[in-house]
Each structure stands twice: as C-alpha cells, then as structure tokens.
Design a protein around this ligand. Structure first.
Ligand code: B12
Length: 504
C-alpha cells in the first residue's frame, strides 16, 4: 500500500521552522508498527502550492495522510480538493483539530475520506491496517468516515491511551539536519547571546480545565502526564544525539500540581542532565495558597535549579465577570502571587491576555492592563478568536456572529489578528483602547517597545505581507485570499467586509 504523509506549512513566510511534534509522534508510531511511507515535508523545504500540486499530479498513492490545527482550515481544504482532483481513488485521511473539531463543516467542504479525532497514534495505525487488509472501518474507534454511499459515519470516541507506552519521538524520520539548521525557536528566559538548541517534548496531554475560548485535540480525554523517567530518557537522547540544551514542553498543561512539579524537578536534578526549559502551568500552581508560601517557594526554587527558565500561564482578563465567562476558575490574587513566587526564584513569567469577550468595555480593557501593571508584566495580547468546539464558538453562532462557518473558518489565522467583534464597542474603540493602554503600560514599565511590538507575539506581523493584505482586505470571496494572510473581517456578523480600517 503506497502511503504518503504530508507535513503542511502553518507559516510559509516564517523563517523559523518548528519541529512538527504531533506528526512526528504519528510517524514514529506508524513506523514502529511496520508501515513504510513517504513524507512530503512542505514546511522545512519551503515548497509552494504549485510544487505541491505538481507533486500530487505526478506521484500516485493509495493513501495520503496529513493534519494541522484549525487555523489552517482553508489551506487544508485546498489540499484535500487538489488531491481528490488529481487522485480521485486515493484515500485521504486528515487528523488534528482542523478536521475533527469542526467535523461536519469540514467533511461538507473538503472531500476527505477519513477524519481522525483527538489522539492520533493508535487510530492512525488501525486505519492503515484496515485499508491495507481491506477491512471495514466500522470497528476503528476515534474516527469518522464516508461509507459506500457517502454518508458520514462517526465511530465511538477512542479512550485515551497510556502515553508512557508510546515510543519516544524518532526525529530521524524527518530531515533532521535541515530542522537543526532552521529551527531557531525562542529559548524563553535565556539571553539571546547564549546559543540555544531547542527541542520540543510532549510530556503531558490534555488539561484539567475547559476554558470557553480554548480547544485542543485531547479535549475529550483526561489530563495525563508521562513519568519523569520517560521524559528524561527522551531529553537525554535529544542532548546526546542532537546537542539539545533547551527543552520546550509543548503541552497544553505540563505541570498540574506541586507534587507533579516536584517529582519532575527531583528527577531532572538526579539525572545530572544540564539543560534549560520552559513549560505551561496554571495560575494556581504557585499562586493558590493550598500549600504554604514557603513550600511553594521551595518547589519553584527546585524547578529553577533543574533548569526551568520560564513558565507560561495566563491572566487572560483582569475582570471577574469575564474570567467567569471564560470559566478560568482562577483568582487575580493567585496570578499576582504566582508572579511573585517565580520572580523570587528567578523564573520568567510569560502571560497572555484575551480581549473581546462580549462584555468587554473600555473599563474592562483598562482593568486588565492595570493588573498587568500591578504585576509589572507586559502580556502577549490577543483577541478572542472563537475556535470550533468551544463555548465561545457556540456563543458566536447562537448570537449571529458566525453565520457561515465554512467562510469564518477560511478566515481565521492568529489571535493577534482581529477577526470578530462580539463586544458592544466599535472596532476602532476596541483597538484604540488596547493601543492606548499598551502605550501607557510600555511607558510605565519602561520597556521601550515600539508600536509595532505592542502586540507582542510577533507571528502575525512576521507572516503577513502587508501589500498583499491591503490588496485583499476587501475581497468578498475567501477563495481569492491567499493562505495565512491577515484578514480584517471586523464585525463579521455584518459580513460586508467593506468598511474595514486600521492596522492590527
Ligand atoms: C507548538 C504549538 C504551536 C506552534 C506550532 C503549531 C503546530 N504546527 O502544531 C506555533 C507557534 C506555530 C503555534 C501557533 C499557533 N497556535 Co499553537 N500550539 C502549539 C502547542 C503548544 C503544541 C503543539 C504540539 O506539539 N502538541 C503536541 C502533539 C503531540 O499534539 P498534536 O500536535 O495535537 O498531535 C496529535 C493530534 O493532533 C494528532 N495529529 C497531529 N498531526 C496529525 C497528522 C495525522 C496524519 C494524523 C492522523 C493525526 C495527527 O495526533 C497527534 C498525536 O496524538 C499547542 C498546545 C498543545 N499541547 O497541543 C498549541 C495549539 C495547537 N495552538 C493553538 C493555537 C490557537 C495557535 C495560534 C492560533 C495562536 C496564536 N498565536 O494566535 C497560532 C496559529 C498560527 C497560525 N498561523 O495558524 C491551539 C489550537 C487550537 C485548535 N483548535 O486548533 C493549541 C491547541 C493551543 C490552545 N489550546 O489554544 N502553535
């Protein structure tokens, strides 16, 4: 069975390349189970759409598989249609949230044959086995597929697997030297002058909370984390084989409790391995007075000694009502206390905020910035971008902000791009208020950021070609908009796209 995996490019114009961790997990597992395959790595090779289309025209496969996150919906739809056009009898399998989080709309608009939901490894192998052996797909858990008459069949959900028994990622399946050359992912919390070789690790899956703006692939699964021994084994390999000196824990949530955090820190310290790292936590980890302040400080110090340089956790909003609608279940006091604990031990706090919940006003925007100022943190600023399979997506549909899902999904890119206004303020007011406060915060914290850095994440700007963007901003047909460009679909519910103005 001739099989092709494709690694799409989420940010084609972005110089820095990122190891595709989810795909690598899949490829490692599929290879371990004895399948041969080709890999078309679009991202690392910078292949453009013309190249991809020609490749598909000229190279026939029995099955082609790929996946991406939901912001890549439009391009994945293009790819799926292109494959079907040139290879109508090839079975197309799509994984990750681009397909499963919006299954019906995706299947209606993209001629994929099989969608793999959530955790992909075992479902993917079972799909390949069924296709190879000509067996029915009806017994494969965690997938949806079209039956002989084209009806979409949804099989029951696959229970979460034991992530400790999954093999460690085999980077050799990719063109690893190219990645090492091009992979310059930020080593948060380490001075730029220090040369960091950053590797991602999947150490935990899922999250203990379900915020209304968030959706990740392990949404229907419980939170699970790998044993410290397994994590260290993989890090040791990355250090010894590739010279890694910085680890990015690419988890929805890496450390969920003080006990888990301390176990990992102890294990790293006992291993004698020297590397720096960052991870995701929640605001209550060191901020909630479940343990004494001294105990929290002690564990934070251990993390620092074990190489932790930065932790990501979010404030999201400074307004209690909005925090409630987000279902964050954290208190502002926890946030302040966590920043304090981490500062005391020398771990950097990275936090983000989301503006644009329906009850957002000038005052609530200011409240959020005030809280940042009190904690002396400049946040990564984003706008609420309702993602499928979230509370806020349902809200947006219910209240008429999203009327045509396919079109909306064609347009979403990054949450640093202003896509949908569900507040009672005008677009100019929302952006103006954010900018005004950002200017103030920048000044008071003496950061010296220039205006183009207020929305700090930077990805949105870097992958946006402004010229193309201005040309396209009033386009009515999303098919005319090239992939991964900013869109300016302000007040989408009015769907005129004609009276947009301003810069992000
Ligand atoms: C690294 C990362 C990035 C990287 C790279 C993204 C990538 N290529 O995956 C960068 C920095 C580019 C990025 C950007 C953004 N990200 Co991001 N990111 C992550 C992060 C932290 C880790 C991803 C990861 O490695 N996961 C671990 C692996 C093991 O899981 P996985 O990739 O999901 O893979 C599994 C399944 O999806 C499936 N699968 C995956 N690929 C394939 C392929 C096939 C063939 C099959 C069958 C199955 C399959 O099987 C895998 C193993 O079980 C996640 C959080 C998280 N933990 O997932 C957020 C996350 C993926 N990002 C998210 C978001 C929202 C964004 C941004 C929009 C944020 C922003 N700045 O505005 C941008 C989008 C940029 C854009 N232009 O579109 C969301 C996605 C939401 C969604 N519903 O799709 C997540 C889940 C975070 C969150 N909870 O909000 N991100």
């Amino acid at each position: 069975m001739k099989t092709l995996f494709i690694n799409p490019s989420l940010r084609p114009n972005f110089d820095k390349k990122i190891f595709p961790l989810g795909l690598a997990c899949i490829l490692t597992y599929v290879k371990e189970k004895g399948f041969d395959f080709d890999l078309l790595d679009i991202d690392i090779n910078g292949f453009d759409d013309e190249y991809v289309e020609n490749f598909i025209k000229e190279n026939k496969y029995d099955v082609i598989l790929y996946g991406s996150i939901v912001t890549h919906y439009k391009w994945i739809k293009w790819l799926t249609r292109t494959i079907k056009r040139h290879q109508p009898s090839t079975t197309i399998v799509v994984g990750n949230s681009v397909a499963a989080s919006c299954l019906n709309v995706f299947m209606e608009n993209a001629p994929a044959d099989i969608v793999i939901s959530g955790e992909g490894e075992i479902s993917c192998v079972e799909v390949l086995e069924s296709l190879r052996d000509g067996k029915e797909l009806s017994s494969v858990l965690g997938i949806a597929y079209r039956d002989a008459v084209g009806k979409i069949i949804k099989n029951p959900v696959r229970p979460a697997c034991d992530i400790n028994v999954l093999p460690m990622v085999d980077w050799e399946i990719l063109e690893v030297s190219k990645y090492l050359e091009r992979y310059q992912w930020t080593a948060f919390g380490v001075p730029k002058e220090e040369k960091s070789v950053v590797f991602p690790i999947s150490s935990a899956r899922g999250c203990t909370f379900r915020c209304t703006f968030c959706h990740f692939v392990y949404w229907d699964d419980p939170f699970r984390y790998r044993s410290p021994e397994k994590i260290i084994e993989e890090i040791r390999r990355n250090i010894e084989k590739y010279g890694a000196n910085y680890i990015n824990f690419n988890d929805d949530l890496t450390l969920s409790s003080l006990v888990q955090a301390e176990r990992l820190a102890d294990a790293i310290l006992a291993s004698g391995l020297k590397f720096n790292w960052n991870a995701s936590v929640r605001t209550d980890l060191f901020g909630k007075p479940k343990f004494t302040y001294d105990k929290r400080l002690e564990v934070a110090k251990k993390l620092r000694d074990a190489g932790c340089r930065a932790l990501n956790f979010s404030l999201e909003s400074g307004n209690d009502e909005i925090l409630e609608m987000m279902e964050k279940h954290v208190k502002k006091e926890y946030f302040a206390e966590q920043v304090k604990v981490l500062r005391e031990v020398g771990i950097m706090s990275f936090c983000s905020v989301v503006f644009g919940y329906p009850t957002e006003t000038r005052e609530t925007i200011q409240e959020t910035f005030d809280l940042c100022l009190q904690n002396r943190l400049y946040p990564s600023v984003g706008f609420l971008m309702p993602l499928p399979y979230t509370g806020m997506y349902d809200y947006a549909k219910k209240h008429g902000f999203i009327t045509d899902e396919d079109r909306y999904l064609d347009l979403i890119t990054e949450r640093q791009d202003y896509t949908l206004n569900m507040t009672k303020m005008s677009d100019e007011e929302v952006k103006g208020q954010i900018k005004e406060n950002a200017i103030k915060l920048n000044k008071l914290l003496e950061l010296g950021l220039d205006e183009s850095n207020f929305i700090k994440t930077g990805g949105a700007r870097q992958h946006t070609n402004l010229k193309t963007h201005w040309k396209e901003k009033n386009a009515l047909d999303p098919d005319e908009i090239e992939r991964n460009e900013n869109d300016f679909s302000f007040n989408y519910s009015q769907s005129t796209f004609e009276d947009e103005s301003g810069n992000p």
